[in-house]
Design a protein. Sequence first.
Length: 143
Amino acid sequence: MTVKQLSVFVENKPGKLAEFTDILSENQIDMRALSIAETPDFGILRIIVDDAYHASCVLKDAGYVLSITKVLAVAIPDEPGSFSRIIRILGDNGINIEYTYAFTTRKKDLALMIFRVQDHEKAIEILTRNGVSLLCQDELNEL
């Protein structure tokens, strides 16, 4: 119940993000989610795409340095308190969140959160036991 996230190093200069997204567009790669963490010289783009393997091949051929990381995609009701409930469940069970980011879907009243945690299996078991909906890669691609 994990999805593949690409973490891509991109120079922190004007136009570099546009060059990156142009490559995705030219290769018919649909980006589902994006998060950027920056330093003065480089940014780390964390992206969820419709085809992680194809995207990684295309980006490597274009000279980008990247890694593929397993993350959790959690579907939560788009209402106050939903995020708090999820992070409380994780925290109360000793699961540390390394980072998280959100993205929207075409489905009304549904929010999706990406979570990077140290122990995926434990987090999946705890969230599932608490009635939290996790998406696999194929389900995410259908959104």
